[in-house]
Design a protein around this ligand. Structure first.
Ligand SMILES: [Fe+2]
Length: 402
């Protein structure tokens, strides 16, 4: 048993690392050396994450402890660390809690481990982006194949599955093997083919500039599956653009333009005879670390701006700059899809489009559905067995601490 060795001031302390297992109590936090790294944990955070029987619903692991009731002065009255049983603390409110070393490692919230837990993102090269490809049988029938496909979508923002049966609604069946279809105001399974009565430009044979679908929702669908049943027409090559790579280039070249697109709300609308969708948001939405989280780009669905007079020209300057990058061919993949190909795009990141085609030269028919990226990441966690929370303290089936 290793007991708390000494008291220091609050917060991380620079300097040499103490021996493995050294526990140091500060005023508001403690540090513990695990795997040669000094790890810091606030008392309020540890108290909040107690797995003591009184603080949890045993069967579901949900929290019973009401977090706002934790006193600001919460601190250990006793604390010790043992490599086998972990960190044991008696808190000033009388509760005894234990935190295993494995649990502390997994939830260490210092910068390096926190960033290491994000899924890897590889932006596309400036030229000749090559998309990862997988066979339908591997993705549908094997865990390893499905995991590799989900990893690729998460990292690269797009992947192609080949050999998908050219059957009506096969795209829906594929979606249901990896998650759930996201329903929108229009068809659950959307047909894209030449249709003079269609309600958007996708139903014409004209070029479709790279875009994201349905920015006319406050939360646009974040995954899109596009399944080619047949593609015999001349032309109509698919064009995908890594929007996050384009935005990274814009941010490097003109941070002011990037900021403008993070700030200025743009209204978008898509409607049919029976349905309407409309939402107004900035084209770029960042996460709390300043990374791009959601990118909306649909020139064809943008509606008149309604912003202060003195912001209008700076928005158009920023939009022009971004449009030039997207149109440049950098960060773009251009390829002819065959019947049986299914393209997956993380559609908060990757734009999709097509070159014009000649409808008289052959049939071109694809079906697409929407999904949510969250569900694909969840599927990945389940396949890896990572979805169940790791209890901080080991218990037997009766709930007794082992
Ligand atoms: Fe589209």
């Amino acid at each position: 048993m290793i007991e708390a060795t000494h008291l220091t001031g609050a917060g991380p302390v620079a300097g040499s690392v103490e021996p493995e297992g050294t526990l140091t109590l500060g005023e508001r936090s403690l540090s513990l050396v695990l795997d040669g790294r000094e790890r810091h944990f606030h008392y309020v955070w540890l108290r909040d994450n107690s797995w003591a029987a009184a603080d949890r619903v045993f069967l579901s692991s949900e929290r019973k402890l009401f977090t706002p009731a934790i006193a600001t002065t919460v601190a250990p009255t006793e604390a010790e660390f043992d490599p086998d049983s972990g960190l044991s603390v008696r808190w000033t409110d009388g509760q005894q809690a234990r935190y295993s070393a494995e649990w502390l490692r997994r939830h260490d919230y210092s910068q390096a481990p926190r960033h290491g837990r994000r899924h890897a993102v590889t932006l596309w090269a400036e030229t000749d982006a090559e998309l990862p490809r997988f066979s339908h049988a591997d993705v549908v029938d094997t865990t390893d194949g499905q995991l590799a496909y989900l990893d690729a979508v998460a990292e690269h923002g797009a992947a192609i599955v080949t050999g998908v049966p050219s059957a009506d609604h096969e795209v829906e069946r594929f979606a249901e093997t990896i998650g759930h279809v996201r329903e929108v105001a229009f068809e659950r399974v959307h047909n894209v083919r030449h249709d003079p009565t269609g309600y958007n430009v996708a139903h014409t044979p004209e070029e479709l500039k790279p875009h994201t679908d349905l920015p006319s929702y406050n939360w646009p669908p974040s995954i899109q599956l596009l399944h080619f049943l047949t593609n015999e027409a001349t032309g109509g090559e698919s064009t995908l653009v890594d929007g996050w790579a384009a935005l990274a280039e814009l941010r490097r070249q003109a941070p002011g333009h990037f900021d403008t697109l993070c700030r200025v709300p743009v209204p978008y609308q898509l409607f049919s005879e029976e349905e309407d969708t409309w939402a107004e948001n900035p084209m770029v939405q960042l996460d709390t670390d300043g990374n791009v989280k959601v990118f909306r780009f649909s020139n064809q669905l943008a509606q008149p701006l309604s912003i202060p007079f003195d912001q209008v020209e700076s928005f158009y300057d920023a939009y022009r700059h971004l449009g030039t990058i997207i149109d440049s061919g950098r960060h773009r993949a251009t390829f002819k899809s065959d019947g049986g190909d299914l393209i997956t795009v993380h559609s908060h990141r990757v734009l999709h489009g097509r070159l014009p085609y000649d409808p008289a030269s052959g049939a071109r028919h694809l079906q697409d559905v929407y999904m949510e990226f969250d569900d694909l990441l969840a599927r990945r966690r389940v396949l890896r067995g990572e979805h169940k929370p790791l209890a901080a303290e080991r218990r037997d089936v009766t709930g007794e601490v082992a």
